[in-house]
Design a protein around this ligand. Structure first.
Ligand code: NDP
Ligand code: GDR
Length: 371
């Protein structure tokens, strides 16, 4: 009846107002995630669903095989088709989903591939960010003399990377450290970073970049060094292989757990003002230390099994990365929860379990080209 309808509207409006006062948000938020089929997409979707969000994922391709993998982790995600190379598809996605938040995680993200397909990397990893910003701008009617209520703005998160620092002259690296990218991937990410900043400055959009250092998990692609090592140690332990071929063991990275980093993404969009943040642990380790620890976890000596192979060295390397996450700690209240030791143990144990069931399809999740 009319009275209960009026009451419902009243409670709804009070709820919305309360939501704004508490965290600047109405009660149920709708998120659109590009790159939902990747490592971070799955953790972010999981986290947002836990927070009561309605989650939509942009998926490319006609029958993307990664969707089945995503569905196994998370059921409630709604899928919409689109591609970061296709401006129209992004406009349609934003129009259809009407998101409160857009997380742009889609990218060609494997650094060595960016030398083999530099133009594609520029198009997806770099220009993809511009296309998504344009989709939001056009659908929101921002630009020219038209302004929007800042509270109803679509908030945009860009997945920036510590690879933008590249050849660093200062360590640890923070939000003010200059960029000197060392790969076509790093260059493309630097474009994505600055175009995000530019749309914030030009149009007043709530557009931010998280400069995330390396983050890993059992869901990490098998071409990246942590997963290659955890799978390698597990395979050797189970007698499925005898050696593991690697490139530069001296490179140092700041490795954290992807689940912790997904939380930081949401926190950045929940702030009063749009700002960029460095996210990392503040601890740096070499690839050699990673290998030593992973093999020790299964009771093996890495030196008996690791073979150096120049196919895995890069035309230009990033030698040392170490985050200074002070701003994120102080302003977001973000802290990493999983240590490097716990992360390596988690990944090796997960791969031992995975490979022990040899008739499961995930037992061979890597392509021979990367192995
Ligand atoms: P993944 O490589 O696991 O995932 C990449 C995602 O991008 C996949 O879902 C892939 O979908 C999608 N994608 C590729 N090409 C396109 C395209 N043309 N249009 C739309 N989507 C596309 O990466 P991560 O999850 O590890 O990383 C997420 C983001 O964060 C990336 O942008 C990465 O560069 C960045 N980043 C990652 C860090 C890390 O340590 N993991 C650190 C810093 C930044 P498909 O299933 O179609 O292949
Ligand atoms: P990275 O991650 O390039 O830092 O980019 P990756 O795990 O590929 O390499 C880390 C370091 O390990 C050295 N390395 C090897 N790497 C791979 N992949 N395979 C090997 O056999 C091998 N041997 C040694 C590399 O030379 C490098 O120094 C990741 C990606 O997720 C990016 O998308 C993201 O932006 C950055 O992390 C932060």
């Amino acid at each position: 009846d009319n009275l209960s309808f009026t009451r419902f509207i009243l409670f709804f409006q009070i709820g919305r107002a309360f939501g704004y006062i508490r965290g600047g948000f109405p009660l149920t938020r709708r998120a659109l995630i590009t790159g939902i089929t990747g490592q971070d997409g799955s953790y972010l979707a999981e986290h947002l669903l836990e927070q009561g969000y309605e989650v939509w994922g942009l998926v490319r391709g006609q029958a993307n095989p990664h969707v089945a993998r995503l569905r196994k982790h998370i059921g409630e995600v709604q899928i919409i088709t689109g591609d970061l190379l296709d401006q129209g598809s992004l406009i349609s996605a934003v129009e259809q989903v009407q998101p409160d938040e857009v997380y742009n995680l889609g990218a060609i993200s494997y650094v060595p591939m960016s030398w083999q397909q530099a133009e594609l990397t520029a198009g997806v990893t770099g220009m993809g960010a511009l296309r998504m910003l344009e989709a939001i701008r056009v659908v929101s009617g921002i630009g020219g003399s038209r302004t929007v209520d800042p509270r109803s703005q679509i908030r945009f998160y860009q997945a920036s990377s510590s690879e933008m620092f590249g050849q660093v002259r200062e360590t640890p690296q923070n939000e003010l450290t200059p960029f000197h990218p060392r790969s076509p991937y790093g260059v493309a990410k630097t474009y994505g970073h600055f175009i995000t900043m530019n749309y914030r400055e030009s149009y007043g959009m709530f557009a931010v970049s998280g400069i995330l250092f390396n983050h890993e998990s059992p869901r990490r692609g098998a071409e990246f060094v942590t997963r290659k090592v955890s799978l390698g140690a597990a395979r050797i332990k189970l007698g499925l292989a005898t050696e593991l071929r690697l490139g530069n063991l001296d490179a140092r990275r700041d490795w954290g757990f992807a689940g912790d980093y997904a939380k930081a993404m949401r926190m950045m969009l929940a702030q009063e003002t749009p700002e960029d943040y460095v996210i990392g642990t503040g601890v740096t380790r070499s690839v050699r230390e990673l290998v030593e620890l992973a093999f020790a976890t299964v009771g093996l000596n890495w030196e008996d099994h690791v073979v150096l192979d120049s196919r895995y060295t890069r035309p230009a390397e990033v030698d040392l990365l170490c985050a200074d996450p002070k701003k994120a700690r102080e302003q977001l209240g973000w802290e990493p929860e999983v240590t490097f030791e716990e992360l390596v143990a988690m990944m090796v144990e997960s791969d031992l379990a995975l490979l022990s069931f040899s008739n499961r399809p995930e037992a061979e999740p890597f392509s021979p080209e990367h192995w």
